[in-house]
Unconditional design. Structure first.
Lengths: 347, 398, 299
C-alpha cells in the first residue's frame, strides 16, 4: 500500500488533485451548491452569500499575510475601494456588472500597488501601522468625496442583470458569488505551484535569503499586494451586488480585524484555512444571534447582557486559537483527517 | 488534547445544527412577532440600552394584560452594533424565518438602507430614526418615523430664532453643528432652504466627526462667523463636549439641541456649560406628570427598580404602544399591509400622554408637528412652551 | 493682537492641551513596547477600563476620592497581571501577527465584559476638575487639560529618571534590548514583563480618568480614541518615553491646526485624518520617529 506522498514525476508532484476522490468530492460539492438556493431560506442564502464573499476576501488576505508574510490591516479599505468602484462604475458610468467588477478589481489592485510601496521599506509592525493609516485615509476619501460616492448617505447599486434577468434576490446573487468563488480557490491553488507562489513563500520565510537567491523583492512584494487587493476588489464588487447599498460604515476597521481573525483562526498560509476561517467568522455571529434570540424569548430582561457576549466570544475565540492552535482550524482538520486515515496507528 | 478534536468537532456541528433547527419558525398562531433592531455595542449604545429596555418592558406589560386581540406579542431582538450590513441580514431573517409583521427599527443609515426591501415585502417599519426622508408615503409607504421628524425640528429651531430675535437692524445669524453621518445630515438641506425662506442667515456649518476628542477647532472656526444661534444635530454623547468646549471658549452663541441630543442626563454631563441651552422635547422625560408615566414607573419599580432611565426608555415604550394599537386596529388576522393601513388611520392617537397625539395619514407619515421647547436652568430641564410647525407638504420626504 | 494670530494661538494652545491627553495614552503604549516589544493594538480598551472602574468606585460605590483612585489603580494593576500572565506569556516567540491579533482579542473581551457589567449608556463622570477655564493670555484653557498636561510632565520626569537610574528601570531597558542576555545576567524577564504591563495599564487608567473628566461622561466611544495613539508613537518613536510626550503634543497641535484651517475647505473630517497622513509621511522618511531607536527595519 502506498505510504504518504508517492510521486514519480514532476508532473505528478505539481498536480492539484492527487487522486480521483478529491475531484469527485469537489464536483459533488458544486452540484449540491447548485441546488441549495431552491431549498434554503433567504436568511441562510444571505449567510452563504456572505461566506462566499468572505472566502474570496480571506483568500486574498491569506496570500498577502499567510504566504508572503506582509502584514496588512487595511483589507477593509481595499474591500471598500472594490465595492465603491463597482458601484460608481455601474451607476455613474453605466457599465454592466461583468465589466464593472473586473475593472473595479483592477482599480483596487492599483490601490494595492500604492499601498504596497511602503512594504518595501517597512517590515512587520511598521507595515501594520502604515496599513492602519491607509485604512483611515481611504475612509476619509470615501466619506468626503460625496459627489461620487454619496458619502454617508449611501450609494445604491442597481442589481446586476444577466441576459435581462435581474439578480435582485439572494438566491440569484448566490450563483454569481459562487461562480467566482470556485475560480478564486482554483487560481490560488494554482498560484502556489508556480514560480510566483514559491517566491512569495520564500519572501515570507526569509526575505533576505530570498533576495540573495535571486528573488526580486520589489517585484514580488508589490505583486503580492496587487494580487491580494485584486481578490479584495472582487469581493468588494460582490458585496456591492449582495447588499446593493454601500455605506462607509460597512467598511470599518472591525471588518479588517474580522478578516484577520478569519485567516488566523482558519490557518495562515492555507487555502483550506481561509475557507474554514471565512465560514467560522461569518457563522459565529449568526449562532450567537440565534442563541441570543431564543434566550431572549425566555428571559427578555437579559437581552442587554446576551448582546454584548458577541465581543467577548470573538475575543476569546481569537485568544484561544492563538494560544492553543496557532495554525488554526486547518491544522485541526488535518489532524482529524490523519487520525482517520491512519487509524489505528494515530501517532 | 488531540483526542478531543474529533468528538469536539462533531459536538460543535451537532450544536450548530440544533441551533438552526431550533430557530425554525414558531408554530404558534397565538403570537405576533415584531422585529427589534437595537444597538447595544456601537456608537449609539448609550441610547440603545434604554430603548431596548423600554421596548422589552412595554411588550411584557402588554402581554401581562392579555396581549393584543388575545395574542401575545413577541420581540425578535437582534443587536446590530449600528452596522447597516448586520441590520440588513437581521431584516432578512425577520421576514423569512420569523415572519414578523412589523419591525421596530433603529438607526438612520440602516432604516434608509432597508427602504426598498420593506416596501417590497410590505412590512411596516416603525423607526427610531426620525429622518425627514422617511415621511413621504409616495416614496416610502411602509416607513413610519416614531416621532417628530428632524426636518420639522430644524424648522422649529429656525422659527424660534426668528421669534426670539429682537434686533431689527439685521437678520439673525445661525450655524448648524451636525454629525458626519446620515442621521446628522438628514435635515441639513431642508434647514438651509428654510433658513432662506424665513430670512435667517446661515453663516456657518460645522461637522462633528464620529471620533471626537474635542470640538475646539470647530467652535473656533464657528466663532469667526459669530452666529447668534446654533443648532446641534449630533450623536448624543457629543453634545456635552460641544457645550463644554463652547463654554470654555466663552462663546456667546445660544444653542438649540435636537430631540435625541438633549435629555435628562445633559445637565449632569455638561455641567454649567448647559445653562441656557434650549432643547426640543419630543417625548416625556422620566418623571414628567403625564398619564402614562405612572404605568411606566410602576413597572420599572417592580422589575428593575435600581436602574436609572432617561428619555430613550420612554421612546421604547412609545413605539411599542403605537405598534400594539396598530395591530389591534388591524383586526384578528393582521398582515403587514393591514397594519400599515391601521397606522394610517391614526388620528390624534393618544400615546398615554408621552408625546403629543400621533396622526399618520396615507399622504403624510409625520406623526406629529408639535413638540415642546425646554431650557436647562439651574441644572434642571425647565419646560418653556409648546411649539409646532405647519404640516406643509413642501417639506415632506425631505 | 490681530485676529488671525489669536486664532492660530488658540488652536496651538488647545492642541498642546489635548495633546497632553494623547501623550498619556501613548505613554502606556510605549512602556509596553519598550520592555517587551509587544504592540498593543487595543490601547483604547485599556483607557476605557480605567474610566469605567474609576467611575464605578467614585460614583457607584461612593468611595472617597483618594481611596477610589487607589482602588482603580490596584484594579488596573490586576488587569495588567492578568493580561501579561494569561495572554501574552504563552505567546512569547510567536510571530508578530499573532501578538497583534491577540491584543485585538483581549481588547474585544475587555469591551464585552465592561458592556455586560455596566451597560452601554453614558454615565456622567464625577466632576474632579472645575469647568471654569483659566486664561493663558487671550486663550482659555480648561483645568482638566492643564492637569493632564502637568501629570504627563510629571510622569515623563518620573519615568525618565526611573529608566535611567533605577535598577528595575535599567533591567527593563536591558530586557527590551536583548532578552537572552538579560536572562543570562540574572534579570527575571517574567517579572519585567508583568511590571511593564502593570505600569501601562495604570497609566492608561489615568488617561481614562482624565478623558472621562474632559468628556463629562463615560461611554464606549472612549475606546475609539485609542487608535490615535499610533500617529503619536510613530512620530515620537515606538520605544521613547520623551517621544510619546512630544509626539502627543505635536499631533494635538497638528490636529487642531488642520481642523481650524483645513476643515472649512474640505467640509470637515480633516482633523481626524491629518494625524494618519502625517503617520504615513513619517513612516516613509523616518520610521523610527523623532526619538526612537534606530533599528534597521527596512529592506
Amino acid at each position: 500500500m502506498k505510504c504518504g506522498g508517492f510521486r514519480v514525476s514532476y508532473r505528478a508532484d505539481e498536480r492539484i488533485f492527487d487522486t480521483i476522490l478529491p475531484i469527485v468530492g469537489v464536483v459533488a460539492l458544486l452540484a449540491v451548491l447548485c441546488v441549495v438556493p431552491r431549498f434554503a431560506t433567504t436568511y441562510w442564502l444571505d449567510v452563504l452569500n456572505r461566506i462566499g464573499i468572505a472566502i474570496i476576501g480571506a483568500l486574498g488576505l491569506n496570500i498577502l499575510i499567510g504566504y508572503t508574510g506582509q502584514i496588512s490591516i487595511g483589507h477593509a479599505a481595499f474591500l471598500a475601494v472594490g465595492a465603491y468602484s463597482t458601484g460608481i462604475l455601474e451607476v455613474n458610468v453605466g457599465l454592466p456588472f461583468y465589466l464593472a467588477i473586473p475593472l473595479a478589481a483592477v482599480i483596487t489592485s492599483g490601490f494595492g500597488l500604492i499601498f504596497g510601496i511602503p512594504s518595501l521599506r517597512l517590515r512587520g509592525l511598521y507595515l501594520a501601522i502604515a496599513t492602519l493609516a491607509a485604512h483611515f485615509i481611504t475612509t476619509f476619501v470615501i466619506v468626503h468625496w460625496e459627489s461620487t460616492t454619496k458619502g454617508v448617505l449611501g450609494l445604491m447599486v442597481p442589481p446586476a442583470t444577466v441576459f435581462g434577468l435581474p439578480l435582485d434576490s439572494d438566491a440569484r446573487v448566490f450563483y454569481l458569488i459562487f461562480a467566482l468563488v470556485a475560480p478564486a480557490i482554483l487560481f490560488t491553488k494554482n498560484l502556489f505551484r508556480t514560480k510566483v507562489g514559491r517566491a512569495f513563500i520564500a519572501i515570507r520565510d526569509r526575505d533576505v535569503a530570498a533576495s540573495v537567491m535571486g528573488v526580486n523583492l520589489l517585484r514580488y512584494k508589490l505583486l503580492a499586494f496587487v494580487i491580494s487587493s485584486f481578490y479584495a476588489g472582487v469581493a468588494g464588487g460582490l458585496m456591492a451586488h449582495h447588499s446593493r447599498i454601500l455605506f462607509p460604515d460597512s467598511f470599518t476597521l472591525l471588518v479588517a480585524i474580522d478578516y484577520l481573525a478569519m485567516i488566523i483562526i482558519g490557518g495562515l498560509g492555507s487555502i483550506l484555512g481561509s475557507i474554514f476561517g471565512a465560514v467560522f467568522m461569518t457563522v459565529l455571529p449568526e449562532v450567537l444571534k440565534l442563541t441570543a434570540t431564543s434566550l431572549t424569548g425566555v428571559y427578555p430582561q437579559a437581552f442587554g447582557l446576551i448582546a454584548s457576549t458577541r465581543d467577548v466570544v470573538f475575543g476569546l475565540a481569537v485568544i484561544f486559537f492563538l494560544m492553543y492552535e496557532p495554525q488554526g482550524l486547518a491544522r485541526i482538520w488535518v489532524r482529524i483527517r490523519s487520525y482517520w486515515q491512519l487509524w489505528p496507528y494515530s501517532y | 488534547m488531540r483526542r478531543v478534536y474529533g468528538p469536539l468537532a462533531r459536538f460543535v456541528l451537532v450544536g450548530l445544527l440544533a441551533a438552526s433547527v431550533g430557530a425554525a419558525p414558531a408554530e404558534a398562531q397565538n403570537v405576533i412577532k415584531l422585529g427589534n433592531l437595537v444597538d447595544l455595542t456601537g456608537p449609539t449604545s448609550d441610547q440603545g440600552k434604554d430603548i431596548a429596555q423600554g421596548r422589552t418592558d412595554a411588550v411584557q406589560y402588554i402581554n401581562e394584560r392579555g396581549g393584543v386581540n388575545g395574542k401575545k406579542l413577541e420581540l425578535v431582538s437582534v443587536e446590530y452594533g449600528f452596522q447597516p450590513p448586520r441590520a440588513v441580514a437581521a431584516y432578512k431573517k425577520f421576514v423569512e424565518e420569523d415572519k414578523v409583521l412589523l419591525v421596530l427599527g433603529y438607526g438612520t443609515p440602516d432604516t434608509e438602507a432597508l427602504r426598498p426591501y420593506i416596501t417590497k415585502d410590505k412590512i411596516p417599519y416603525l423607526s427610531g430614526s426620525y429622518s425627514g426622508h422617511l415621511t413621504d408615503p409616495r416614496q416610502t409607504p411602509y416607513n413610519f418615523p416614531g416621532g417628530i421628524d428632524y426636518t420639522s425640528q430644524i424648522r422649529i429651531f429656525l422659527n424660534y430664532v426668528k421669534e426670539t430675535w429682537k434686533d431689527a437692524s439685521r437678520n439673525p445669524r445661525v450655524a448648524f453643528i451636525y454629525a458626519d453621518n446620515a442621521y446628522g445630515r438628514a435635515p441639513i438641506e431642508s434647514g438651509r432652504a428654510y433658513a432662506k425662506e424665513v430670512g435667517v442667515d446661515l453663516v456657518d456649518e460645522e461637522i462633528i466627526p464620529t471620533i471626537l476628542t474635542d470640538a475646539t477647532s470647530q467652535l473656533l472656526t464657528m466663532k469667526k462667523k459669530d452666529p447668534d444661534f446654533a443648532y446641534i444635530n449630533t450623536n448624543t454623547q457629543w453634545v456635552p463636549v460641544v457645550l463644554k468646549d463652547s463654554y470654555k471658549l466663552g462663546l456667546k452663541t445660544k444653542y438649540v439641541v435636537n430631540n435625541y441630543g438633549l435629555d435628562e442626563r445633559t445637565p449632569s454631563l455638561a455641567g454649567p456649560a448647559a445653562e441656557g441651552v434650549v432643547g426640543i422635547q419630543d417625548v416625556a422625560y422620566w418623571g414628567d406628570s403625564v398619564p402614562g408615566m405612572k404605568i411606566l414607573m410602576e413597572f420599572h419599580q417592580k422589575h428593575h427598580g435600581t436602574d436609572t432611565h432617561a428619555s430613550p426608555y420612554m421612546r421604547g415604550w412609545l413605539w411599542v404602544i403605537v405598534a400594539a394599537e396598530a395591530i389591534k386596529r388591524a383586526g384578528n388576522n393582521p398582515t403587514g399591509e393591514s397594519i400599515k393601513n391601521a397606522l394610517e388611520s391614526f388620528k390624534e392617537f393618544d400615546t398615554w400622554g408621552i408625546t403629543p397625539p400621533f396622526t399618520y395619514t396615507n399622504e403624510d407619515h409625520r406623526p406629529t408637528n408639535r413638540a415642546r421647547l425646554v431650557m436647562i436652568q439651574g441644572s434642571k430641564i425647565v419646560p418653556m412652551r409648546e411649539v409646532s410647525v405647519d404640516r406643509s407638504m413642501k417639506w415632506i420626504g425631505k | 493682537m490681530n485676529e488671525q494670530l489669536v486664532f492660530m494661538l488658540q488652536l496651538i494652545i488647545t492642541g498642546i492641551a489635548v495633546g497632553g491627553v494623547y501623550s498619556l495614552m501613548a505613554l502606556g503604549f510605549v512602556l509596553i513596547f519598550k520592555a517587551s516589544s509587544v504592540v498593543n493594538f487595543g490601547p483604547g480598551e485599556l483607557v476605557l477600563f480605567g474610566a469605567y472602574v474609576s467611575w464605578a468606585t467614585i460614583l457607584q460605590m461612593k468611595l472617597p476620592l483618594p481611596v477610589a483612585l487607589l482602588v482603580t489603580l490596584l484594579v488596573a494593576i490586576g488587569l495588567g497581571i492578568v493580561i501579561e500572565r494569561g495572554v501574552l506569556r504563552p505567546l512569547i516567540g510567536h510571530p508578530i501577527i499573532s501578538v497583534i491579533m491577540v491584543t485585538f482579542g483581549f481588547a474585544s473581551v475587555i469591551r464585552g465584559v465592561l458592556n455586560m457589567t455596566w451597560g452601554s449608556d453614558t454615565r456622567p463622570f464625577p466632576v474632579l476638575f472645575s469647568p471654569e477655564p483659566f486664561h493663558l493670555g487671550p486663550v482659555p484653557v480648561s483645568p482638566v487639560h492643564l492637569w493632564s498636561f502637568v501629570s504627563v510632565l510629571i510622569l515623563l520626569a518620573a519615568f525618565s529618571l526611573f529608566f535611567r537610574f533605577s535598577k528595575t528601570g535599567m533591567a527593563m531597558r536591558a530586557t527590551a534590548d536583548n532578552q537572552q542576555v538579560a536572562l543570562s545576567l540574572g534579570i527575571s524577564v517574567k517579572w519585567i514583563f508583568a511590571l511593564s504591563w502593570c505600569i501601562a495599564t495604570v497609566v492608561s487608567a489615568l488617561s481614562g480618568i482624565i478623558l472621562g473628566s474632559v468628556r463629562g461622561g463615560v461611554d464606549f466611544s472612549l475606546a475609539d480614541l485609542g487608535l490615535k495613539v499610533f500617529p503619536v508613537v510613530i512620530l515620537g518613536g515606538l520605544d521613547s518615553v520623551a517621544g510619546a510626550i512630544i509626539g502627543g503634543v505635536l499631533i494635538g497641535v497638528l490636529e487642531n491646526l488642520s481642523g481650524g484651517y483645513l476643515d472649512p475647505i474640505f467640509g470637515g473630517g480633516v482633523k481626524e485624518v491629518a494625524p494618519f497622513v502625517a503617520l504615513v509621511i513619517i513612516l516613509m522618511i523616518r520610521p523610527y520617529g523623532l526619538f526612537g531607536k534606530v533599528e534597521i527595519e527596512r529592506v
